[in-house]
Design a protein around this ligand. Structure first.
Ligand code: GDD
Ligand code: MN
Length: 375
């Protein structure tokens, strides 16, 4: 071991031991924190075979380069650098897939999760029969630190929502600090949503049979360097995760979003129709303007809401919009054709209307998924 070349003398290299535990750390602009985190991990995990895997979404502050530099002298330290990708949960899943360790811990890279609790999390799995050990803030010995009342209340509300929707009794299902047995992770893997940032909730809800959970208290620390990344988008992602884990079993959440956008498009259509007619235009011209506007409206809202994760930008928008117009035109023909056919089969006019709309909408959804927003 060449300690003299280590980035920090506190990072001891004991990497010749068999690998027992991997710590997966998602990072986005945490260059000010990772070195201290590695030092602290090497203290609390001393004597074990361990590694830490940073999964960095190409941070602008050079987090990946910094981790690589430390990794050149300590085999405990690894990096997965993702380019053109975003998302805490998916980063954690990729980190978990990148290790051979039998126990995988997950913690934040900003020193808010207290590493002193880490050995307890690991011990609960090694020593006991828990599949997963969860660091909890809501238990004697734990705490939420100095969150303001607003964030504390929001967290309590989201915690209740998660517990109710998923029928879990874990006291802190929102925690980003836990350790899991590799087999338990692998059993949940095929059903993971990996949306947003609540990977623990996702793992618990995706397990084919309920996981055996141990709870270990910890105190959530104040962030000292860098800033929190969880804003309004995180709340929308959370709602989507809950939807995916509940109704998502029956209908894809993306289809629901697409239909919601389509519903709003009807209002846009009517508003344009009314104002163009009001301006003295004939019906054909007004209806044409309304259709064209509503399709464009649907395209842009689907692009930033339904397909936020595959959003078309720049020049791709022109091609995307053109394909969406073409698809919608065929969808409209299918709508009319099916509607007419159903109207000939039975008496209720509205059944025919709804049938046409549904077939047209499903056509639009399927074709735009395959062409406009193809992967
Ligand atoms: N790779 C990657 N990609 N990492 C991310 C991303 C992302 O899109 N967004 C955030 N991170 C990293 C941050 O760099 C940090 O290491 C960690 O994920 C947590 O992000 P913060 O922005 O610090 O979140 P927080 O402190 O508001 O909330 C955290 O702690 C709560 C309590 O445990 C999260 O872990 C919550 O899920 C958790 O409830
Ligand atoms: Mn944080």
């Amino acid at each position: 071991m060449r300690h003299d070349t280590l980035a920090s003398p506190a990072i001891l290299d004991t990497s010749s031991l068999p690998l027992e535990v991997a710590v997966v750390v998602p990072t986005l602009n945490e260059a000010a924190n990772v070195e201290r985190l590695i030092e602290r991990l090497s203290l609390v995990l001393a004597g074990r075979g361990w590694e830490v895997i940073f999964v960095d979404d190409d941070s602008a502050d050079g987090t990946s380069d910094l981790v690589r530099r430390i990794g050149r002298t300590s085999r405990h330290v690894r990096i997965v650098q993702r380019v053109g990708r975003r998302g805490l949960s998916s980063a954690v899943v990729e980190g978990m897939l990148a290790t051979a360790a039998p126990i995988i811990a997950v913690m934040d890279g900003d020193l808010q999760h207290s590493e002193e609790a880490l050995p307890n999390l690991i011990a609960a799995i090694e020593g006991g029969d828990a599949d997963i050990a969860v660091g909890t803030r809501y238990m004697a010995g734990g705490g939420i630190g100095d969150w303001d009342e607003g964030r504390a209340r929001m967290s309590r509300f989201a915690t209740r929502a998660g517990q109710l929707a998923l029928g879990t009794h874990v006291s802190d299902p929102m925690s980003g600090f836990f350790a899991i047995r590799r087999e338990a992770f692998e059993r949940a893997l095929p059903r993971l949503s990996a949306i947003g940032f609540k990977i623990l909730l996702d793992l618990l809800a995706s397990s084919p049979e309920p996981m055996k959970v141990a709870e270990i208290p910890y105190r959530f620390r104040t962030r000292e360097a860098g800033e929190s990344k969880l804003g309004a988008r995180a709340i929308a992602d959370y709602a989507e995760l809950i939807a995916d884990k509940t109704i998502g079993r029956f209908v894809p959440v993306r289809l629901i979003k697409f239909l919601m956008v389509g519903g709003l498009g009807v209002f846009v259509h009517l508003a344009v129709l009314r104002s163009v007619l009001g301006a003295g235009s004939g019906f054909v011209a007004a209806q044409t303007a309304a259709v064209m506007t509503a399709i464009a409206f649907n395209f842009f809202l689907n692009n930033s809401f339904t397909y936020a994760d595959r959003k078309l930008r720049g020049g791709a928008i022109v091609a995307g919009l053109a394909s969406f117009y073409a698809i919608s035109a065929i969808g409209a023909l299918a709508n009319i054709g099916i509607g007419t056919w159903v109207a000939g089969q039975q008496e209720r006019w509205w059944v025919a209307g709804v049938a046409g709309v549904l077939v047209g909408a499903i056509w639009n959804f399927a074709m735009s998924a395959a062409l406009t927003w193809r992967k």
